[in-house]
Design a protein around this ligand. Sequence first.
Ligand SMILES: CC(C)(COP(=O)(O)OP(=O)(O)OC[C@H]1O[C@@H](n2cnc3c(N)ncnc32)[C@H](O)[C@@H]1OP(=O)(O)O)[C@@H](O)C(=O)NCCC(=O)NCCS
Length: 234
Amino acid sequence: MIEIYAIGIPEKNIQLKYFNECLQYVDKQKQVEIKRYVRHEDAQRVLMADILIRTIICGKLKIKNKEISFGSNEYGKPFLIGAENFHFNNSHSGEWVVCAIDDLPIGIDVEMIQSIDFDIAERFFSKEEYKDFLSKDESEKLPYFYDLWTLKESYIKAVGKGLSIPLDTFSIRVCDDGIKFKTKNEFKDCFFRQYNIDGSYKLAVCAGSGIFPENIIMKSCDEVCREIIKESEG
Ligand SMILES: CC(C)(COP(=O)(O)OP(=O)(O)OC[C@H]1O[C@@H](n2cnc3c(N)ncnc32)[C@H](O)[C@@H]1OP(=O)(O)O)[C@@H](O)C(=O)NCCC(=O)NCCS
């Protein structure tokens, strides 16, 4: 069953106490990756994403945190070793860390809406998508750009093959009566859903099952940090 989780990171910093404490509960390779980030915001988003999925796995699969072992496919998509039917994906941007789980492949993308050079649309969207984008009123162009961007990204992330999937091999259209999807790619039995998490962000999920939850499960940084500390020390 699909579940979607989100953590809002309200302040610039997680309390340093929790940051350092939680760092020891992710694997060594992740610790190295996190310490390499120049900006603390980036480091904390990646740490929180890892901690979040760990707490979910501990709760759902009744596995101890220290027994959790992640692998990744050749394109970098992480998976939980030893749990073939457990799928997850995470995304982070600005003040949000989000995670989706299901028993079928799933992809999620959150993006902060920022002004961009619209030339990017022609480069990244299919011909049909670009035509739809151009047909929008000026005020609708930016949100529609991010609608398509996050939906396309969620598809790429569900498939798990990154940008080796040419972006013009599938087309998405956001209509009043739903999200329309066309592709000749192998991964075609998929469903999309957008969530309004925050007016300044777009959030999209692509899943193999069409039964999406109505609501996102919201967690705070402190709550998730305390959960992993308690689980790991218990
Ligand atoms: C690797 C990729 C997932 C990066 O996405 P992103 O938007 O920069 O980052 P997100 O925050 O959404 O996702 C990051 C998470 O995706 C996961 N991930 C990494 N490789 C992945 C893959 N091949 N498939 C699915 N998920 C992947 C990881 O868990 C990663 O988390 P981490 O950084 O905490 O380790 C990839 O899709 C990419 O390079 N996209 C480029 C953006 C682009 O051109 N998009 C076009 C849309 S029109």
